[in-house]
Write a protein that binds this ligand. Sequence first.
Ligand SMILES: [Zn+2]
Length: 110
Amino acid sequence: MIPRITDSLIHDAIQTENMVRAGRAYWQQGRVGDLEIDSELNVISAYVKGSARQPYEVTMIFGEDNPDALVEADCSCPVGYGCKHGAAVLYAAMAELSLGGHVPAIQLAD
Ligand SMILES: [Zn+2]
């Protein structure tokens, strides 16, 4: 399960306050694309248009046992993880999930 994305989760996942702020601005500028929220694999992924020509690819993986724990916040930019691009994606996911735009797949018992 993807946890509820909150401001404190974002602050824990991202290295610095400046990166959180820059990421929020990126999201507001519409730089996040192809947002995918997979609540079965606990993965959020998206592309973020940064300063480079190619958009950066961000992958967020949440823990299975402790869904509040973000186990990976990878990004293809030079920083590599916990960066402003990750923050942008988390803000986009927070908006998507809280707006109810995403309907999780029905879990079938096996
Ligand atoms: Zn990055």
